[in-house]
Write a protein that binds this ligand. Sequence first.
Ligand SMILES: [Zn+2]
Length: 475
Amino acid sequence: MGNSKYLDSLSIDEKKALSQKLWSIQNHKCFICGGDMDLDVQKTNIDHIRPLTNGGKDDPCNFGLTHEHCNKSKKDADLQVAKKLFQLSEIIQSATEKNETPSLKHVLLANGGSKYKFKYKIEGSTITYSFDDIGDTHLYSSDIFNDTLSGEKTAFIKVPLAYLYHDDVINPRGINSSISLLIKEFYKPNPQLHLSLGRIYDDKILIFDGQHKAVAQIILGVKELVLRLFINPDIERLIETNTNAGSKLKQIAFDKAIVRQLHDTLYTERLRKYQTDHNLSSDDFSFSEQQVVDYFKGERGNIRTYIINSQKNSITRSQDNKLQSYINFEGRGNKYPLSYSTFEKTLLSAFINTKTILKSPINHKIDEGLNPRMMERDQLIRLCNLLAEKILIDKYDPEIGTYRIENTIASGSGNDIPDDHLVAYRLFKEEIMYNWVQYLKLVISVCFLSKKSTEPPQTLPFTPQIWYNKCKENM
Ligand SMILES: [Zn+2]
């Protein structure tokens, strides 16, 4: 977990007592996975439910107790979100085990959905309906609107999950990895901008568009969804419309997420200006980084820098980045092993090519989770987390810090500095890190990228022929 002055101030016995207290508050269950926890035979962690970086308090009311494993493999720094993402991953896993494509269908079934037929009648321009199978005796009615051009009839209605089904005819695709971004968006909580679309078929309400929005909300505990319901629609036309425009509708919530992840205000301002000058809506990111660079020609150099900095910033400052809590952001401190300047000059510089400005649209393949900037960001955060887990977490001790460590050792009084701490300290010194990051890059590129290349890159400080051959043997 991150740094807690409160926890650090406790004695071992006090910490035990706190674990015990949280354990009984949580009915002996892990905060993240909800599974049984035994304090005698399992390793557990106390963690902030809402992270400090996100305004959470360093106080017992903001502590949760988790299995150590669950905490280490959590998918978000916020434990509430981590818990939701865990639940979703369980649903996805059980669908995958049955050789099915995980979709809204599975999320509905796991949350009391898809049980009943829809009972309704249509009189004039009114639809009257009830949800009495779930004990709701209210008689509902909604206006029916005629779409002026297509003549399609629709009504806006709020439907309990028990009456909702996934439409795998019009929307056979499953959910993809971008769903976790949407869950985080709704958790903030940012509102849903576009309604999911449903149709009545065989007296059931099927959701054929807005699957991800529906899933994200259900995972966050929403029990009923507002839909635009098509009544007796022309199916062929819906399928065609969904294929053409559906992906665009779906992108809008993600595009908001892009903007928020950009962080860099300078770049965001230029994007806004580009949209305004081209009569594009603020949701429209169908243009490329290269087009933005070309458009602001006079300040070309700056725009390139904004784009790259924005990307670096979003990686460094991501709540999911576990390395973040070991970085000194302000000058030279003695508590954390890695200075921001070193982080940028080594890891970020090695893996983010400052010359690469993309020609694909900024929202390219975003609803498939294959957006290049998002993938770059996700993969680098994964790499940061790997380094944090292997070298720092539970190994590096901020209380010992970095102050005059080598002198202490040279003077013979450094016997109580644990080896793990010393290893972590030394690995993150700039001149050392610079070198191993080059090897890391080589290993990654040989093993994952350039399977066909026969020559090692020539830009390394040494010719790492041995490493290179080792990697080749393992391919
Ligand atoms: Zn657990």
